[in-house]
Write a protein that binds this ligand. Structure first.
Ligand SMILES: [Zn+2]
Length: 677
């Protein structure tokens, strides 16, 4: 028996460690918070009943970790613990009982919304923001100050009668509107959309470039203050003070004087939360008096004076009708479940995302299954499980397709990828059409009169079979062309009249002035999004230079990894693509740029590799100084490197390589000398 329990504890610890890693390090959870918390609860219960199996490294002993090596670490002055979670009102009553037993019956609580984002601690000295640090392991976290400074709702300088030294904590999140904009852009850029707002907030905060963070539309609510000289000993009064100094303090908190009032607050927001412009996943209940908070103290993991109540993810049960397989422009196959319409969190749901073959296998789906769909902040709801009890014994198991539904080619699953692809990129209709749609899209050639149905029509009439053909279209082959709908009695749904023909031709003509970087993005080279295209165009100022670049040259560019480099190489080594580029050249598109990286400056023609941590600057600041002075940043040391700027903790392999290639290694101070003399 005891052996069995030990094994169970061990298994739970292993699983929880893995889920912690998925959530905090990879930002890719694959179970719901509810399931995670249930597992943790099971572990804690077993550990309490069997202290003989105690382990100081058990996941129950710590609060997860989101430490990544790209940011310097800062030790929290006050440990940054996470709150205990509950899912039912009985446990809130237990909490209330513990508090009243320790203090008195007369307790004032503050109920707050629990924002679905990522926690942050902001330290202010003499009214200016000094540090912004993530939770990390609770003891120390990542210094993300540069990134946090881009969040406009966080004041950099305070106003009024603030203390000289204090910390304020809160939650960084992405409002719903910004979240959908980010995902639209990602899809447009050929990148995978974020699964939910919380992970994208955490991921955004860890981006290497603060400029990119600024594009993410992050926001921040502050909800707790710490320090030796706070204005008040009442939590809510401190919040109001902080509001007056310029902090974004939530409007939605409430002072409650009884358990009934607390429960009423919970019930109100359980329904009302869907009308907020951001996601919340629960309610936080805090004892309002800081002296009483001190008296109650902490457990090893969380404060005794606060607790969080988590809403269960909204769930609905409906029938699985069928599974469709969509083919994207890169040939990627996306399975989508068609459902019998059902109401979920205020909207009608008819489709759910199934992501990939592994998910279908895991869910063990059968035709006509009753399935549970959940909408936990994701744009498209997902199926969490099938009800196996209600399944008909003869129900047919759903298995992932083996051949492309559009062109019949056998699918492949490249090593290291979870998705299947149709490899027939030259003839598979949705891939060809997808590439053309991408080429004319806003961030590429921006031909706005060239919509999806026009692409369909021209492809159907065999007027375009690749993006090069766009530039051979003439008035005569367009005018009068029309498309009819088979479903709607063959009535004509679109006809090229004189005006629409002119519009399209004008749009095509105008696109010949679109800059090289956009054209490069428009080619739809795998892994080359808008940002990468810009970087490539800066480093190789013509398509010919890029086309003849070596793998080494590509990999040495800052922000270009081996995956992108290989993809670029393979694109240009394809004779069909070379032919396509010739067509675009003849058409007169911008395939080079004068704007090269070589600006006049102190560092013109010099290239740098910046590595390690520094005293006076962050790595990004150094890189931006180099760029502003006409220098080039490289990510790896090569023969072309002029200097390796080595800070503390520079990788030994980088140092060894620089040594071997006789690249000059300079310190931070030597770099400043170089800049100033
Ligand atoms: Zn295909």
């Amino acid at each position: 028996m005891s052996n069995e329990i030990q094994q169970k504890i061990q298994s739970l610890r292993t699983q929880l460690n893995q889920h912690n890693h998925n959530y905090y390090v990879l930002n890719q959870p694959n179970i719901s918070d509810f399931e995670f918390d249930q597992m943790m609860k099971e572990l804690i219960d077993l550990e309490q009943a069997h202290p003989e199996f105690d382990d100081t490294n058990s996941p129950s002993q710590r609060v997860g970790s989101d430490i990544s090596n790209d940011f310097a670490q800062i030790t929290h002055k006050y440990p940054m613990l996470s709150l205990g979670n509950t899912y039912n009102e009985d446990e809130i009553a237990d909490f209330h009982q513990r508090v009243t037993k320790a203090i008195s019956d007369d307790i004032e609580y503050v109920c707050e919304l629990k924002y679905d984002g990522t926690a942050i601690g902001l330290t202010y000295e003499n009214g200016t923001l000094k540090h912004a640090v993530t939770r990390g392991d609770g003891e120390k976290g990542d210094d993300v100050t540069a990134n946090v400074k881009t969040i406009k709702s966080i004041p950099l300088k305070l106003q009024g009668d603030f203390p000289d030294n204090f910390e304020i904590r809160g939650e960084i999140f992405i409002p719903n509107k910004e979240f959908s904009i980010i995902n639209e852009l990602r899809i447009e850029n050929g990148e995978a959309p974020f699964a939910n707002a919380r992970n994208s907030a955490a991921g955004s905060l860890k981006l290497k470039k603060s400029a990119d963070v600024a594009q993410r539309g992050l926001d921040c609510y502050l909800y707790y203050m710490l320090g030796e000289t706070l204005p008040s000993s009442i939590h809510s009064e401190n919040l109001e003070k902080a509001r007056s100094w310029g902090f974004k303090i939530p409007e939605h908190y409430k002072i409650c004087n009884s358990l009934n009032e607390v429960n009423a607050f919970i019930n109100y927001w359980d329904k009302e939360r869907f009308n907020l412009p951001f996601e919340i996943d629960g309610i936080v209940i805090k004892v309002n008096d800081l002296n009483l908070q001190n008296e109650l103290g902490f457990t090893a993991k969380s404060p005794r004076w606060a607790i969080s109540y988590k809403f269960q993810a909204e769930e609905a049960c409906t029938k699985l009708v069928s599974v469709d397989y969509q083919v994207g422009r890169t040939g990627k196959i996306t399975p989508v479940a068609n459902l019998e319409p059902v109401q979920l969190a205020g909207t009608t749901v008819k489709r759910a995302s199934l992501h990939n073959a592994d998910i279908i296998t895991q869910l063990n789906l059968h035709k006509d299954d009753m399935v549970y769909v959940e909408k936990g902040g994701e744009i498209i709801p997902k199926i969490t499980r099938a009800d196996e009890n209600s399944r008909h014994s003869s129900a047919e198991k759903i298995s992932f397709i083996t051949h492309c539904p559009e062109c019949g080619t056998e699918l492949i699953r490249p090593e290291g990828e979870v998705a299947h692809f149709c490899p027939n990129d030259k003839q598979c209709p949705p891939q060809i059409k997808g590439k053309i749609e991408h080429f004319v899209s806003r961030k590429a050639l921006n031909i706005d009169s060239f919509g999806e149905q026009i692409v369909d029509l021209l492809f159907e009439k065999k007027l375009i079979k690749d993006i090069g053909d766009i530039y051979s279209l003439t008035y005569d082959n367009l005018n009068g062309l029309s498309r009819s709908s088979a479903e709607d009695n063959n009535s004509k749904i679109f006809t090229f009249q004189e005006k629409s023909t002119q519009n399209l031709l004008q749009g095509i003509e105008k696109s010949k002035q679109i800059p090289y970087a956009n054209v490069l993005f428009g080619l739809g080279i795998k892994h080359v999004g808008a940002t990468v295209a810009k970087t490539l165009s800066k480093n190789f100022n013509s398509i010919d230079k890029l086309s003849s670049s070596t793998l080494d040259e590509l990999v040495c560019i800052d922000d270009i990894g081996p995956k992108v480099a290989k993809s670029v190489q393979s694109y240009f080594s394809d004779p069909d693509n070379q032919q396509l580029i010739s067509k675009l050249k003849v058409a007169g598109l911008q395939l080079e740029t004068e704007e090269e990286i070589i600006q006049e400056g102190k560092f013109t023609n010099l290239s740098f590799v910046v590595s390690g941590t520094f005293t006076n600057f962050s790595r990004d600041e150094l890189k931006s100084i180099i760029e502003k002075n006409g220098g080039k940043n490289l990510s790896g040391v090569s023969q072309k490197t002029s200097y390796l700027v080595a800070g503390e903790k520079t990788g030994p392999s980088k140092l060894a390589k620089a040594d071997k290639l006789k690249v000059k290694i300079i310190s931070e101070n030597e770099f400043i000398d170089l800049l100033e003399n």
